[in-house]
Design a protein around this ligand. Structure first.
Ligand code: ADP
Length: 553
């Protein structure tokens, strides 16, 4: 603070650090960051596992989402704290790469940060902690590869794929229907996969949600499903051997680009103008027909008159088809997207064996819900999962759950190694890391052990969320894994063939062999979780100064 005088001799005070007073440095900065990140991971912790709770999120415009998918929860929360945002990105990068395990990765990062805080209070420097965590994560990743098992599957033996998909679905809204849904997820992936080359073209799978019906009515369609209908009710509802053109221009007479005024002062002039417009239209439609098309997919709309003309000329059309759908139709039918009617040639048309408009439900109060189904497309691999459900929230959550299950099956087609769930892989890694820590001299040993403690947090959270005693369960898993030497012992919360909670109250604990129970997780998913969590924690621990814009002096 300093006192200065202006040219009239009046004193005033300059507070130099006024704006910079929020700046935090050193250990305080690290601790504040850890606190912010942990508050985020604590929110997700209760959503982990088959008995995890859901979150209800309300967007600023009142839209409600109910979900227990980590990436969705975080992406819909309004988070401003910069370090907390890192965890949001952590979850979304797990989602992009793997598609599942988005809650687990954040819980893991939170547990690591909790351990880091304890070590810092013992006086260990954050950089050393980060170094220890990195070394330990490498041990864990190597150990996971060691304990992983290859599952062999073929077109005749899909059981391993179904079981893994079912594990993912156990913690989701589709849990009661997981048998059927796992089948849909596996079939959808197999339809677009090249098993020999371990390649899955995910873009070929479309998800379409339609409210109405029940989750049980969800189905897989061989082709494309569009939430659209023909533009005129009198158009035929089924077209065989469709040759379709995709237009991204409106079907209407061109409008002058500059402002103009048109004065029509006689009935003849009006008539002439009307005829001119009609002729333009007819020419347009004729050009489309000349190309050989018998179906028009238009990105834009056309007015009633154009619609009527299309009907007259027996050219069925679909209007207002969105950009993403247009691309999917183009890929599936082999059509080229055309921006001007003049450019339309026969080689730019796509083909579909059958295009049918189907009515769904019997909602008589409103217009019936209709969808368009394009079957036997030129590109045989395109498939659509049509998700049905009582309301929009259920349909959206079911879409997310099926997406996760399909991602897991895709990962398995790419790399068929699995580890076992229910916390068994984490406990096994934790034991291996502790063993490794004994061979290390120096302070790093503390950080490596702390990583092992953090891994225990996953089974602890699973047990806590299921209303069990966490410490009892985790110690029981550990002792059985060590005594019996079986690394697949974990916390059995839900048998894959049952829909009810299978807790045997006469037993002291709920440890089970996850292999027998059939709780699989992909190796690459689990490895990615540990690697990403360790990386983000290292990043957070290495921050020792938080400088916001305009606050630096
Ligand atoms: P994420 O979004 O991280 O996939 P989930 O809520 O789907 O989180 O929970 C996944 C966790 O639940 C994994 O650790 C998995 O091993 C565990 N899990 C899934 N099914 C079972 C089961 N039947 N018994 C015990 N644990 C299970």
């Amino acid at each position: 603070m300093s006192m200065v005088y202006d040219e009239y001799g009046r004193p005033f005070v300059i507070l130099k650090e006024q704006q910079a007073k929020n700046r935090v440095k050193g250990v305080d900065a690290t601790k504040a960051n850890i606190l912010a990140a942990r508050s985020i991971s604590n929110i997700l912790r209760t959503s982990l596992g088959p008995k995890g709770m859901d979150k209800l999120l309300v967007s600023p415009d009142g839209d409600v989402t109910i979900t227990n998918d980590g990436a969705t929860i975080l992406s819909q929360m309004e988070i401003h704290q910069p370090v907390a945002k890192l965890l949001v990105e952590l979850s979304s990068s797990q989602d992009d790469e793997i598609g599942d395990g988005t809650t687990g990765v954040v819980v893991m990062a939170g547990a690591l940060l909790e351990q880091a805080e304890i070590l810092m209070s013992k006086g260990i420097h954050p950089v050393r902690i980060a170094r220890g965590f990195e070394a330990a994560s490498q041990v864990a990743i190597d150990h996971l590869a060691k304990i992983s098992e290859k599952v062999e599957f073929s077109k005749d033996n899909l059981q391993p794929l179904l079981t893994t998909a079912k594990t993912t679905l156990s913690s989701k809204i589709l849990q009661p229907h997981k048998e059927k849904m796992a089948g849909i997820a596996v079939q959808a992936i197999l339809d677009v996969a090249d098993i020999e080359r371990h390649d899955v073209n995910f873009d070929m799978i479309r998800m379409e949600g339609k409210t109405g019906g029940s989750l049980e009515d969800t189905c897989l369609v061989n082709g494309l499903v569009l939430d659209k209908e023909f533009s005129h009710p009198q158009m035929p509802t089924m077209i065989k051997d469709a040759k379709l053109c995709i237009l991204t221009c409106p079907l209407e007479p061109p409008k002058p680009k500059t402002k103009h005024k048109l004065q029509i002062d006689s009935a003849e002039a009006y008539e002439e103008l009307y005829n001119q417009e009609q002729k333009y239209f007819r020419d347009m439609i004729q050009k489309i027909k000349d190309s050989g098309a018998n179906l028009v997919i238009c990105q834009w709309g056309f007015d009633d008159e154009a619609n009527h003309l299309l009907l007259q000329q027996e050219l069925p059309a679909v209007r207002w088809v969105g950009g993403v759908e247009i691309e999917h139709i183009a890929i599936a039918t082999g059509a080229r997207i055309v921006a001007r009617v003049e450019e339309l040639t026969p080689d730019k048309l796509g083909t579909a064996g059958k295009v049918e408009q189907i009515s769904m439900g019997t909602n008589s109060s409103r217009q019936q819900d209709r969808i368009l189904v394009l079957e036997d497309c030129a590109n045989k691999k395109a498939v659509t999962v049509l998700v049905r459900g009582g309301n929009k929230m259920i349909v959206d959550e079911a879409k997310r759950s099926l997406h996760d299950a399909m991602c897991v099956v895709r990962n398995l087609v790419k790399d068929n190694r699995v580890v076992y769930g229910g916390g068994s892989a984490e406990v096994s890694c934790s034991l291996a890391i502790r063993k490794h820590a004994d061979t290390i001299t120096g302070v790093d040993q503390y950080a490596i052990r702390a990583f092992a403690d953090a891994l225990d947090d996953i089974p602890l959270a699973l047990a806590e969320n299921a209303g069990l005693s966490p410490i009892n369960e985790v110690t029981a898993i550990k002792s059985r894994q060590v005594k019996e030497g079986i690394h697949t012992i974990g916390l059995g919360l839900l048998s894959l063939n049952e829909t009810e909670f299978t807790i045997d109250s006469t037993k002291g604990d709920h440890t089970m062999d996850m292999k027998e129970l059939g709780v699989f997780e992909t190796l690459i998913g689990k490895q990615q979780q540990m690697q990403l969590a360790a990386q983000v924690v290292k990043m957070i621990l290495k921050i020792d100064d938080v400088i916001s814009e305009g606050q630096y002096r």
